[in-house]
Design a protein around this ligand. Structure first.
Ligand code: HEM
Length: 357
């Protein structure tokens, strides 16, 4: 094996590694009984918190990282720390948005983008659609430092899944093991995420930021963006229900109110003030987003983006809006499935199949 990845089964052939789950190991050129040689550097076995861990001497600049073991105790501890931070900061909405923007740049045809943690790189954070998200990343940094053997892609997606749960939404199945993007070279071109209003851009192909031929058609835009990721109409509607939590801000996306807020957001004492919410109870995950969408007399202080309205206006989308507005259990079930899929778009797993939380 020269520059490929060492297989999980190879890794567990070491006696002391047999009982642990080993993630991402690459660039193996040869190995012997007690050490694995990573071309010009060595990995050695070491006991760490009850589990054997591979430690890497990262002298070779062109080589990819080796990831370590993650055991049940660590997974529980990461979960507890994330839940504590989420409850303390009430940052559920922006953590969900961070994860969705990391994975939502997946292009199934080109096989690039997806839930790989590339949003941590400045090049991607500076994309127009990601304004405000550095703040969300900062909330995760201390936890990342505490658990260096948990990858960025996993941490970002786990924080989102737990945010939905903390906000009262469904429990979304989660597994660890996403392989992290290693450099800015894996940041896809800007323009793959959806716009909230016209003129809409192409959102697919090599130049996604170019104007779309149907630049006024919001439903066509949603389909271009989400079909590119491999979603269908029902999943588009379910995922749009993510807007049942959170706000839009004039000073970020250009949509919604500024710091003055609305009657629903004015009293916010957190870091980010004001903005407009889609629902009155915007820190609660429920089916209120769909109820408001269906209500032509909804309070105009509640936000409806052009792309939100398209879900009511387009007959195929409308079918699902009606179902979710009246059947919250069905919304939760469909949302959980779609969110799980979103959280794993384009992910490469090490070990293969991941490690269920
Ligand atoms: C359907 C296409 C979508 C469009 C056009 C869209 C657009 C937007 C816009 C313009 C904002 C306001 C950002 C700001 O001003 O800071 C926003 C916020 C948000 N979006 Fe979306 N979004 C879409 C899909 C999704 C999906 C699929 C999810 C998650 C499953 C999601 C979750 C959120 C959340 C939670 C917020 C609130 C963030 C906060 O409060 O800081 N969105 N979205």
């Amino acid at each position: 094996m020269n520059s490929g990845q060492i297989a999980f089964s190879n890794a567990v052939s070491f006696p002391s590694l047999r009982s642990i789950q080993v993630r991402r190991i690459s660039s193996v050129s040869e190995r012997s009984a007690n050490k694995v040689r990573f071309s010009s550097y060595f990995v050695q076995r070491e006991a760490y918190r009850g589990a054997a861990v591979l430690r890497l001497n990262t002298q070779a600049p062109t080589r990819r990282l080796v990831t370590m073991a993650i055991d049940t105790q660590t997974m529980t501890s990461v979960r507890n720390d994330l839940v504590e931070m989420i409850k303390r900061t009430k940052a559920m909405p922006i953590l969900v948005r961070l994860a969705w923007h990391d994975s939502g740049d997946y292009d199934a045809r080109l096989g690039t983008g997806g839930a790989n943690g590339s949003i941590r790189f400045n090049k991607e954070l500076q994309h127009g659609g990601n304004v405000g998200l550095p703040g969300a990343l900062n909330l995760l940094k201390p936890i990342k430092e505490k658990y260096p053997n948990v990858g960025w892609a996993d941490l970002i997606q786990y924080a989102s899944v737990l945010s939905i749960e903390v906000a009262g939404g469904p429990k979304i199945p989660f597994r660890f093991g996403r392989v992290d993007a290693q450099s800015e070279n894996e940041v896809p071109p800007e323009g793959r995420l959806p716009a909230g209003g016209p003129p809409f851009h192409k959102a697919e192909g090599e130049n996604p930021n170019e104007p779309a031929p149907d630049k006024e058609d919001a439903a066509a835009h949603l389909r271009r963006v989400f079909y590119r990721m491999g979603f269908n109409d029902q999943e588009i509607v379910a995922l749009s229900g993510g807007h049942t939590i959170g706000r839009a801000y004039k000073f970020r996306s250009g949509f919604g109110a500024g710091e003055e807020g609305t009657k629903y957001t004015r009293a916010v004492s957190g870091v980010t003030k004001g903005g407009s919410s889609w629902t009155p109870d915007w820190l609660q995950f429920n089916n209120m987003y769909f109820k408001v969408l269906m209500d032509p007399n909804a309070d105009p202080e509640l936000l409806k983006l052009v792309t939100d309205k398209a879900l009511v206006e387009d007959p195929e989308f409308n079918k699902y809006v009606k179902i979710y507005a009246t059947d919250e259990a069905k919304f939760f079930e469909d949302y959980a499935n779609a969110h799980k899929k979103l959280s794993e778009l384009g992910s490469k797993w090490d070990p293969p199949g991941g490690i269920p939380a």
